[in-house]
Design a protein around this ligand. Sequence first.
Ligand SMILES: [Zn+2]
Length: 66
Amino acid sequence: MTAASTLRIGEHTRLECRICWYVYDPAKGDAFEQIPPGTAFTDLPDHWRCPQCDAEQDKFLPIDGT
Ligand SMILES: [Zn+2]
């Protein structure tokens, strides 16, 4: 992930897995990894990976708009 795209990730930014299209929504968190709702993508623990395909965090891209 480039520095430019990292800067676009805010508290409420949703990100989509490029491998399996799983969407991480900060408003929902991630029950699978016991991430509480309201956790920004950038605040996820380093070991967090895609719950569906185990992709690393740098495989996620921000989703613009809705
Ligand atoms: Zn995935």
